[in-house]
Design a protein around this ligand. Structure first.
Ligand code: SF4
Length: 413
């Protein structure tokens, strides 16, 4: 959106300074708390920019336009698909000066929304979105309603953008989507999937690393791995969303795999890449999760030994099936279970990091603060290294001397 305004001659200013004509809040609706924070952000921005027009867009605007319409602070509500024409809508407001609501039914959207160059770029890394929407309908999740059905970006469009990214000196791309494993499912040609896209990206000169965003585990078949392992730029770190290690809970969540299938998939990844790092997301306190079910999850996680787990206490999302399920779990139980899993995650991460002591790893350095450079290994372990040399955006082999939970420290020899 910033780019769209800049292309039309607008200047981007700080929303804290009360000098803007237009303030845009890109809202989130992933949990009830996200809705509340979005409303707070809208009120805060209006309080600081009294003469500005206030636009609410993003997923909360897409899903609950009626709630936003009622807020006196808001002048315009735009859905997700309307963002690409945001400048046109804002200019229409300037002509009419009436509250405007433009939110189309996103479930009817069939094409990936090309907004021009849409990647988020850091100094060494660019996040490239290749897919939007989801057809999975997990019972706790609002995303299929807020983002619509699966839409994939054409291979040629992704390649063109990454070739432009390389010109800026970026060496690493992170390929993301709402449900990356569904990439290509909406194309007329049934034979095009994520692996075909990755094979094309791997051929681009100048890109050294290709990282994958969160993946649905069932995409990791033998055939997928045989083709993936031929791609030398693929990073050996995979985020596989598990959500629960108990089959009964997974069924209530409407996840499409069993724990034994998931385990087989982690074994497959470890068979093909001996240095692979596996991370995951887990929801604790899902409706009906008894002590017995949680213990199954705990034992399963102990067995799989992820490098790191992102633990989320279940938060009911209005408009989803799970929010109406019986046997909602009390907050103190959720917190206790979260704590247990966070401790397990920290233990695994520290143990893994300690195994690196004395080994040499290749690091792509990103940024520095007070002479300490930070970067990641190919399999996404954070490395800190103190040096006078400017290592920004450079690859260097580093020997590891110390390990902490979240990172390891390199030394000069
Ligand atoms: S697969 Fe992910 S995005 Fe899709 S419904 Fe399930 S949790 Fe939501």
């Amino acid at each position: 959106m910033i780019q769209k305004f800049q292309e039309s001659g607008y200047k981007i200013v700080d929303a804290d300074e009360d000098i803007s004509d237009i303030c845009i809040v890109n809202t989130c609706t992933v949990t009830n708390i996200a809705d509340r924070k979005s409303r707070q952000a809208l009120r805060k921005v209006k309080a600081k920019n009294k003469n500005s027009i206030i636009v609410a867009t993003g997923c909360y605007a897409q899903s609950y336009k009626e709630e936003l319409e009622k807020m006196p602070e808001i002048d315009m509500v735009l859905g997700n698909e309307e963002k690409k024409d945001i400048v046109k809508y804002v200019e229409k407001y300037f002509e009419q000066k009436n509250k405007l609501i433009y939110v189309n039914d996103i479930s009817k959207q069939k094409e990936f929304d090309e907004m021009g160059e849409i990647s988020y770029t850091e100094k060494t890394r660019a996040v490239v979105k290749v897919q939007d929407g989801c057809n999975q309908f997990c019972t706790y999740c609002i995303i299929p309603y807020a983002r619509g059905r699966v839409r994939s970006r054409k291979i040629e469009s992704v390649i063109k953008e990454i070739e432009n990214i390389v010109q800026k000196g970026i060496k690493e791309v992170v390929i993301t989507g709402i449900h990356l494993a569904s990439y290509g499912k909406d194309f007329d040609d049934d034979n095009i999937g994520l692996i075909d896209l990755l094979e094309n990206i791997n051929k681009i000169d100048g890109i050294l690393r290709i990282r994958l965003g969160s993946l649905e585990p069932k995409i990791i078949t033998e055939e997928f791995m045989q083709r993936l392992t031929k791609l030398d730029k693929i990073c050996h770190s995979f985020h596989l969303s598990l959500q629960s290690g108990c089959d009964e809970t997974l069924k209530r969540m409407n996840r499409k795999y069993t724990t034994s299938e998931f385990k087989e998939i982690t074994q497959r990844l470890r068979k093909y890449y001996d240095d692979v790092i596996l991370t995951t997301d887990v929801i604790v306190g899902f409706p009906g999760e008894s002590d017995e079910e949680f213990n199954k999850t705990y034992q399963f996680l102990k067995d799989i030994k992820f490098y790191k787990m992102h633990v989320f206490p279940y938060s009911p999302r209005k408009g989803t099936l799970a929010a109406k399920m019986p046997n909602q779990i009390q907050g103190n139980i959720k917190n206790k279970r979260s704590q247990q899993l966070i401790e397990l995650s920290n233990k695994n991460q520290k143990e893994y990091n300690e195994k690196l002591i004395g080994k040499t790893v290749q690091v792509l350095f990103e940024e520095s603060k007070e002479g300490i450079f930070k970067g990641h290994t190919q399999n996404y372990i954070l490395v800190e290294y103190k040096t006078e040399e400017n290592l920004e955006n450079k690859l260097k082999n580093i020997k590891i001397k110390k390990a902490d939970i979240e990172f390891v420290i390199g030394c000069t020899d």
